[in-house]
Design a protein around this ligand. Structure first.
Ligand code: DC
Length: 202
């Protein structure tokens, strides 16, 4: 089984996706971490991002390894977030990472989190969820998580949202058949329970 969880940043995807995977004993795939790894590599090197996407080795798990180096914290830096949204607009980068994600999802049962899992990577997923939340609520959550000013987070979030939603390749939108959940007034536990119930129904 594949459970696809898509949506904008700050909608609660990571917390919820990890918890759903733990509750159901499924593996967890954070596709955003893959874009972040390519972004970090491209901030450090002049090699075109598409070449990096094809060449770097990314290992996902408790820790995220980029060519063997632990980059779990480094890929969360604001400059990496900004760069990730740029490299994610590159069709050649997307082709590489989409292929790698599909190969992973072919084996075993997964909760996969991203922007295009239900639309592009795994449209055959048994459960497709699109998590969203009010813009100010998403910015507030990210600001708390990162220890940054909410206004600054809101400004950069708007830029990234616009880029993610308007890019030609795999723009962020709910997949056909996706259940849209607005998490603004909900606790993570409530959202997890809802998705677990959806999975049980399939
Ligand atoms: O979910 P995140 O913030 O870690 O994602 C980092 C960036 O990668 C973000 O700009 C969206 C992009 N992304 C994407 O385009 N497709 C995915 N499947 C996952 C992330």
């Amino acid at each position: 089984m594949v459970i696809a969880i898509d949506g904008p940043s700050g909608a609660g995807k990571s917390t919820v996706a990890r918890a759903v995977a733990a509750a159901l004993g499924l593996r967890y795939l954070d596709t955003g971490a893959m874009y972040r790894c390519v972004a970090l590599a491209s901030l450090r090197r002049t090699t075109p991002a598409a070449e990096l996407a094809a060449g770097v080795q990314i290992e996902l798990g408790e820790r995220v390894l980029l060519d063997g180096e632990d980059v779990t914290e480094a890929i969360r830096a604001p400059e990496v977030s900004a760069r990730a949204s740029q490299v994610a607009a590159d069709p050649d980068v997307r082709r590489e990472l989409t292929g790698a994600q599909r190969r992973l999802l072919e084996h075993g049962d997964w909760v996969a989190e991203g922007r295009d899992i239900g639309t592009v990577v795994a449209p055959q997923a048994e459960v497709k969820v699109y998590l969203t939340a009010r813009e100010d609520e998403r910015a507030r959550r990210r600001a708390v998580e990162l220890g940054l000013d909410a206004e600054a987070v809101l400004a950069s979030q708007r830029l990234r949202d616009a880029r993610d939603e308007t890019r030609e390749q795999a723009p962020l939108r709910p997949a056909d058949g996706a259940i849209v959940i607005d998490t603004s007034g909900l606790t993570p536990e409530q959202v997890v329970a809802r998705i677990v119930a959806l999975a049980a129904g399939r």
